[in-house]
Design a protein around this ligand. Structure first.
Ligand code: TYD
Length: 134
């Protein structure tokens, strides 16, 4: 698995009937997909996330609408505005991540490398910083 935060552009099959994009695990994204979840109906001004994962890597796509993904690796902050369904951001493990600035009717699709496990979360920023010092 790659440890580098990056935007990944997905295949886009353009067609007069409508466009088509797709994702293949371990091909377009550098991990096997163990879980897919999505965030929707986010009220104006709300944010999601604001935590890190010890093991989980994720790939986040705005299937509809737009939102910002704010990432921090303990050294610097990265901010990506996701607003198209043919690209997304790869988030390696041990990155503080927050999703914010959701537009009306936005839909965030998230592919994860692990099944849901609350013990993989780091929910306190101070704990995240302490982990990075190790
Ligand atoms: P959480 O990941 O904390 O949401 P966010 O970081 O976007 O605010 O998840 C919110 C709740 O949903 C939490 O109680 C755990 C539960 N949950 C699952 O049961 N399975 C999942 O795959 C995810 C992502 C969350």
């Amino acid at each position: 698995m790659s440890s580098e935060i990056r935007i990944i552009t997905l295949p886009k099959i353009e067609d007069y009937r409508g466009n088509l994009s797709f994702i293949e695990e371990e091909n377009h994204i550098p991990f096997k997909i163990r879980r897919v979840y999505w965030i929707y109906d986010v009220p104006g001004g709300e944010f999601r996330g604001s935590h890190a994962f010890k093991e989980t890597c994720e790939f986040i796509v705005a299937l509809s609408g737009s939102f910002d993904v704010v990432l921090n690796n303990g050294v610097r902050e990265f901010k990506f505005n996701l607003n198209r369904s043919y690209f997304g951001v790869y988030v390696p493990q041990m990155i503080w991540r927050k999703l914010e600035n959701f537009s009306t009717n936005s839909l965030a699709l998230i592919m994860a490398s692990t099944e849901y496990d609350e013990s993989d979360y780091i929910r306190e920023l101070s704990e995240f910083k302490a982990f990075l010092q190790r």
